[in-house]
Design a protein around this ligand. Structure first.
Ligand code: UDX
Length: 477
């Protein structure tokens, strides 16, 4: 009798960082012969279809692959940027549960054997339990941030929060096990800065993370050699963890011919002219600057970074998304020295193929907001980082980059042209060798983890086997 392939529903939070890594997982599972239904928000799916080749890359290549869409509950003209991102989270949480249940019962065929939901959607566990379907969480942040989020209840119970003003920011936090010697108030996730731990966002992030042990397993886009000690802590509450990252490297190792390696999973049109520009620059001469897909800079911050980069005298490639600067109306003149220096040694674009940029030999340094995907992509490429965390997990990630992995430095709670210039020099001149060496060692470990026999390679195999064994069980819907 012919074996029927398992069918998995993958459902990310509607944000690019989440969709991007979950699409990579979807491709790896499809290559392994698992049928995937990928559930996007209507808004994001329309942007993906407009700017990428996801349909041919997924549905034409894999006959068992389908995209489905669901509303995120917000009007189409809502900006969905970082300054209003909570709106997306609350809206999804309130409108989606009955829609998801109805789709699983009536629309998604054949019945799914397993749900892989974003680990920020505890309602998916309730729906899955209701329908008797196994559910595995995929948390798209690093283990370091996940463990910090999870431990916040103990941090509060010990009276370590709230933070008591600016002078309290360097106090060490003692109740995130494993991080006692280096996690300061300043490095806690951004929502911990609320004066009241009963704050709505604080409760949302902490509450969603506390639901992790309820899932049947937990997928993380990380690797054992990077976050082993913290993973051991998380295993005390979630024993079934699949560390399968870095997913971009994993995909490259498993499907070297994958067109995904050249294509993007982006919500914006990729401007490939930056690659021709990079081709003309000397090796290791360019600072690549990007603050991810949802961060928004004020005009003042934009100018501080710009002056700092220009004053460092380095070449730079800077991604400025169309929606990434607040208060654009009534623009002031851009100072002449910035315009001139940018023409000479800078290049600004709306969106780049980031993995390709980071792998380019001209790139020496990544000035980043420390989003988890960006952090991992920089690790894989062996590029040191200058971190300017914007929100959520990025505060934790940047502390790990600087203090634990020692592959970069961070600029926290300030945005100052002199600091930018000084840190660029520290990373590309004064301590260049040290950072290059540390970054290349971690890049090697990342590659090893996804090659045959590596920890992420074996964990993906285990995940696939577990999904296959779920499909041999019969579920009620
Ligand atoms: C956010 C959070 O920052 C992140 O930590 C969390 O895990 C997911 O949500 P985002 O702010 O977009 O995501 O940052 P990041 O996780 O770094 O993802 C950005 C993605 O966009 C990366 O995969 C990067 O390669 C891609 N990108 C960025 C491009 O392809 N082109 C660009 O020009 C800029």
């Amino acid at each position: 009798m012919e074996k029927i392939p398992p069918h998995v529903l993958i459902f990310p939070i509607p944000a690019l960082g989440h969709v991007n890594s979950m699409l990579k997982l979807a491709e790896l599972l499809s290559v392994a012969g698992i049928n995937v239904t990928f559930l996007n928000s209507e808004y994001n799916h329309s942007r993906l279809v407009r700017h990428t080749d996801i349909c041919s890359r997924y549905t034409q290549r894999f006959p068992g692959f389908q995209f489905k869409t669901v509303t995120d509950g917000l009007p189409m003209d809502h900006p969905r940027t970082g300054d209003r991102f909570e709106d997306v989270l609350y809206s999804v949480k309130s409108v989606t549960p009955p829609l998801l249940k109805d789709m699983l019962l009536n629309e998604i065929k054949p019945p799914v054997n397993c749900i892989i939901s974003d680990g920020f959607m505890s309602f998916a566990i309730d729906v899955a339990r209701d329908l008797g379907i196994p559910i595995i969480y995929f948390r798209t942040i690093g283990a370091c941030a996940l463990w910090a989020y999870y431990s916040l209840r103990e941090v509060i119970d010990a009276g370590e929060l709230p933070i008591k003003g600016a002078e309290d920011m360097d106090r060490l936090i003692k109740n995130v096990p494993g991080m006692e010697s280096y996690l300061r108030c300043r490095d806690l996730p951004s929502f911990c800065r609320a004066s009241d731990p009963m704050d709505k966002n604080f409760q949302l992030f902490m509450g969603e993370t506390r639901s992790s042990p309820r899932a049947d397993g937990l997928i993380l886009n990380t690797f054992e050699d990077l976050e082993g000690p913290i993973l051991s802590q998380i295993r005390t509450i979630c024993p079934n963890i699949y560390t399968i990252g870095p997913l971009n490297a994993h995909l490259k190792a498993t499907v070297p011919e994958s067109t995904s390696l050249k294509s993007s999973n982006s919500f914006w049109e990729v401007d490939r002219s930056c690659i021709s520009w990079l081709d003309k620059q000397p090796p290791q001469s360019v600072i690549y600057v990007s603050f991810g897909s949802i961060a928004v800079l004020s005009r003042e911050q934009l100018l501080e970074f710009w002056h700092g980069l220009v004053n460092s005298n380095k070449r730079f490639l800077w991604v400025i998304r169309p929606d990434s600067i607040s208060g654009k109306n009534g623009e002031d003149e851009i100072p002449e020295e910035l315009v001139g220096a940018t023409k000479e040694r800078g290049y600004m674009v709306g969106w780049v193929p980031q993995e390709e940029v980071l792998a380019h030999q001209a790139v020496a340094l990544f000035l980043t907001h420390s989003g988890w995907n960006s952090t991992l992509e920089s690790i894989v490429a062996g590029v040191p980082m200058l971190c300017w965390p914007y929100f959520a997990d990025q505060q934790v990630n940047s502390r790990f980059v600087g203090e634990v992995w020692k592959i970069g430095v961070y600029m926290k709670d300030l945005c100052d042209r002199n600091v930018v210039e000084k840190m660029v020099n520290e990373l590309t001149v004064e301590r260049k060798e040290e950072f290059m060496k540390a970054s290349s060692e971690i890049a090697d470990l990342a590659r090893k983890s996804v090659n045959e026999g590596g920890s992420s390679y074996c964990n993906l195999d285990r995940l696939i086997n577990d999904i296959e064994s779920m499909s041999s069980r019969v579920f009620s819907c």
